[in-house]
Design a protein around this ligand. Sequence first.
Ligand SMILES: Nc1ncnc2c1ncn2[C@@H]1O[C@H](COP(=O)(O)OP(=O)(O)O)[C@@H](O)[C@H]1O
Ligand SMILES: [Mg+2]
Length: 293
Amino acid sequence: MEQDRDRDRGEAAFSDDNVGVLLEALPYIREFHGKTVVIKYGGAAMRDEGLREAFAADVVLLKYVGMNPVVVHGGGPEITEYMNRMGMEVRFHHGLRVSDADTVEVSKMVLLGKVNADLVSRLNRAGQPAVGLSGEDGSLFEVGPVANAEQVGFVGEIERVDVDVLNHIAEDYIPVIASSASDRAGNSYNVNADEAAGKVAAALGAFKTVFLTDIVGWLDDPDDESTRISETTVAEVEAALPSISGGMRPKLGACVDAIRGGAQNAHIIDGRRPHSLLLELFTVAGIGTKVNP
Ligand SMILES: Nc1ncnc2c1ncn2[C@@H]1O[C@H](COP(=O)(O)OP(=O)(O)O)[C@@H](O)[C@H]1O
Ligand SMILES: [Mg+2]
């Protein structure tokens, strides 16, 4: 074993600083034991090979220390890339992908066949078996069309999450959920992955809901990354929501859904930073925005 050889040579695997990090994490590890954490995966952490590996290692570590991680993902950039390759027109309306039947079909193929399969295989290789599922599996999500379906087409809103299937799988595996679903009539829909993560967290009464994104957190001034709001309350988020624009809006809306639905905290963190998940959960300072009830 590599580690044993190092030990024989008397090489210190950890410096005193590293030991400090472990000691800092210990009370959190104790507090989080047996608790469910829902993680919305996306952005840079999904596009960069090194970040993908670091993310898988973090999720596996959470499982090893006794937490119950549940991953929810979208696949926006990959879907756009494949649509471009197939010569399909890509359009958005207020942050939602305008989705005709062909768009939904391609989205589903990319989400399940590529993004989901890749993450499941990575988690398996990192040492914890994972199971991939979409909203259809075990009737996980029941969806209906969003209110502005005339503008966006087959974009679905989650009306109900059936947690039975998740609880069964999470006993032994890490569930990895792709944000697609069908309605009762069998029509397929795209679902915003932030919304899906918020609804899943609420249904599970998650201890933590963590959203990985490509910015340091919720910013007081959207153009100034030094204005990160480190900690806030769900009431403050609700009050600010009407004035929030872009992709941060569904994300903050999902934080509200999660907490109002019974999850304890929501966190928005910088997925561009390797191991951001561990830094947020297991260090005193944290690195992103923490939303409290
Ligand atoms: N007040 C704000 N704080 C932070 N980001 C904001 C804010 N207002 C708008 N945004 C935008 O929201 C984006 C995050 O959402 P999005 O692009 O959908 O990322 P993701 O892939 O994580 O869903 C940020 O990159 C930023 O451009
Ligand atoms: Mg988004």
